[in-house]
Write a protein that binds this ligand. Sequence first.
Ligand SMILES: [Zn+2]
Length: 282
Amino acid sequence: MSRLLERFTLGALEVVALSDGAPDRSLDGFFDGAAPAEWTRAVGVTSAADAVPFNFGSFLVRGDGHTTLIDTGFGAHGRSLGVPGGGELLLRLAEAGARREDVDRVVHTHLHVDHCGWNLDDDAGGAITFPNATFHLHAAELAYWTGPASDTNSMAAGARGRINPLVAAGRVQTFEGSEHALYETLTLLHTPGHTPGHVAALLSSQGQHLVVVGDAAHHPVHFEHHDWVPGVDVDPAASARSRGLLAALAADRDALVTGGHFPILSLGHVRRVEGGYRWQPV
Ligand SMILES: [Zn+2]
């Protein structure tokens, strides 16, 4: 089982991996393009149905004068999932020593329902959970989920329900282009494929770097096999390209890498090897 909370430091930054639910589950469906025998061997299971530790995770970042939350989990209804830690993100936040009022920046890697659930607090009548936060996301992500292009996407209703009230309240800030330096410690990297405006977050402090990959990878083996594509990705070719871009960036900068769906705490480096990349756990 994934842990539910773990802290680590990156230069002057404190980063806390927080879970909003940590099921053990099968990864079947995350590796389109690979034969089951191939991906199961890479993941270390014997059958596609085997459960492995998984996580619905967020990251709290402090130490740069801001309190930043990367993604906001499933929300209160996550308790109905019946999984360890489901719907408990605010409890984890309190354990990390942060109040919801402290959060002044929320970054959305994308707007799937497991990444924007706590934008609103269903226990408080749907009020904005983080009253002092500005919500940052790529313009292409907002345009996709609030426009006609997602009308036939089964996840559109969930995304719209969680972002439209924030747009109406003037709390959303979007950016365009391939990267956006939100602050000297935090750069957002447009890495489309999983969704049109998906971003990864690059944290930097005192010469150390951490790439929070969002859903560009659901398991570290995705960095060794860029063409293994989660079935839910809207643009498989772009998804593979984005994994390649992140792998190259992580290798070039000797960055630590983690992801919200990796079990807590999964940190690693992506190393260049003959013919590709290798994941090296820390
Ligand atoms: Zn996800």
